[in-house]
Ligand binder design. Sequence first.
Ligand SMILES: [Fe+2]
Ligand SMILES: [Fe+2]
Length: 126
Amino acid sequence: MPIQNELKLNVAFMDELHHEFEEILDEMKNCKDNPKFMQLFFKMIEHTKNHFKTEEELMTKYDFYDKQEHLNEHESLLSEMIYFYEKAQKIPLFGKSYINEYAYDKFRRHILNIDSQLAMFLKENQ
Ligand SMILES: [Fe+2]
Ligand SMILES: [Fe+2]
């Protein structure tokens, strides 16, 4: 599934990372096997760490004006994801409801409100 138009920022590396995230999310939504679901959940966390780190390195490199706010959002998104991953190890339903009902919307909002500003900045300053 190609990245949905509303989330496309026209910065290639960001669009690619966001698209990969959506692919992992879709795979998780369709996953019926719990050990596999948890493996994918772990993969999502690793992917998200790398995704955020990549953006953060560029914010530092180009001295992005709103870096701190962006870092704070990354930290809260990531710690929430890890919280649900840990909960899901005992109560799988917690993980499933996070994935099925919250994760996409959380990321969608981050991309539209925060990443979009970084994308615009990079297009002007890179
Ligand atoms: Fe992003
Ligand atoms: Fe971001």
